[in-house]
Every structure is written in structure tokens, then in C-alpha cells.
Design a protein around this ligand. Structure first.
Ligand SMILES: [Zn+2]
Ligand SMILES: [Zn+2]
Length: 185
């Protein structure tokens, strides 16, 4: 019976957690360490976790009165482009994750929306939506190759790092030249 979610969970899917071994009595817990391939599209426009790269899950599954609390960290490699100079950005991302999943037919199940509190399907938990939210929230919206990246010369597109200090472009219009002389004074 699947009236809670149209998506049938595959217990062997990497981001599906099986709680069969976790007794349904509050206070019991299990740890779960697993390395899974990152799902596709995990990230933002400029930066994200490349699909198929290793994501390390280090999780604690804890029985609470009406469900299972999943908490821990997700660690993976992020790749992207510097928002100022377009050079590649690579870093390791370690994201905390914490999500409550209610048992089917529990009071929580009957009285909350599925987008407020997650749901178990039988013994199974689909971790992917919570994982996506946690990773995307932790990504820098303006990734930089380094904090003080000076970016590119708007005239020629060269990186300021590669240009001499006095790099400039001759101003064809004498009025602009006069203006830039004023700015330097
Ligand atoms: Zn940069
Ligand atoms: Zn230039």
C-alpha cells in the first residue's frame, strides 16, 4: 500500500536507508557509514558535487517516539568555477544533516505535511531529498578560487594575477583619459 508517496523505494538504492534493524523503541540507535555515488544534478549553476563521485555518509539513526531521527554528516568533493575569473574551484564539503522521518500512520504522519516532516515507507527512508537540501544550502552561492581573487581585466579578459601592476588600456577618447588621470590623483 502506497498512499503516502507515489515513489516506490528500492532498498538497495544507495540513498535509501533501511531501518529494519533499528528497534522501534525510543532511545535505540544505529550508526551507518556508507560511501555512495553522488546523484546527478547535486549543486548550483557554478558549483556542485559531480555526479557519480564519492559521497561519504556518516549517520546516526535514532528511534524517537513517532519515527526515526537521522543525523550526521555528508562529505564530498565539490567542483565549480570561480565567479570572478572562471578558474576551476575544487574543495571538500562537509555538511551536517538532520532530518526526522515519521512512521506511517503515526500521529505525526496524520497531522503534518510531508514537506515539513519526512516519512518512512515501511522500514525505508529516502535520504535523497534531505541530502540535496543540505548540500545545496551549504554551497557557496558566489564561489571564488580564493577570497581575494582580483578577477579579470574587463578590457582584455586577462587575469589580474598575470598582468603587471601598471596594466591598462590606452584610452582612445581623451575625455576618458582625463577622467582616469583625475581618479589617480
Ligand atoms: Zn578567481
Ligand atoms: Zn587588460
Amino acid at each position: 500500500m502506497q498512499h503516502h508517496s507515489p515513489r516506490h523505494l528500492d532498498p538497495r538504492a544507495p540513498l535509501v536507508l533501511n531501518t529494519k534493524d533499528l528497534p522501534r523503541s525510543p532511545g535505540t540507535m544505529r550508526t551507518l557509514r556508507r560511501t555512495v555515488p553522488a546523484p546527478e544534478g547535486l549543486g548550483l549553476e557554478l558549483i556542485g558535487v559531480p555526479g557519480g563521485t564519492d559521497l561519504a555518509l556518516d549517520l546516526r539513526l535514532e528511534s524517537v517516539s513517532e519515527g526515526v531521527l537521522v543525523s550526521g554528516t555528508v562529505t564530498g568533493r565539490i567542483e565549480g568555477e570561480c565567479g570572478r575569473c572562471l578558474r576551476p574551484v575544487r574543495a571538500t564539503l562537509e555538511v551536517p544533516i538532520q532530518e526526522l522521518y515519521a512512521y506511517e500512520h503515526s500521529t505525526t504522519d496524520e497531522t503534518t505535511d510531508e514537506d515539513e516532516v519526512g516519512r518512512l515507507q515501511g522500514d525505508l527512508i529516502d535520504l535523497e531529498p534531505a541530502l540535496r537540501d543540505a548540500v545545496v544550502l551549504a554551497l557557496p552561492t558566489h564561489p571564488l578560487c580564493r577570497d581575494d581573487c582580483p578577477g579579470l581585466c574587463p578590457e582584455c579578459g586577462a587575469h589580474w594575477d598575470d598582468l603587471p601592476d601598471d596594466h591598462n588600456h590606452e584610452q582612445a577618447d581623451p575625455r576618458w583619459a582625463a577622467l582616469s588621470r583625475l581618479e589617480k590623483e
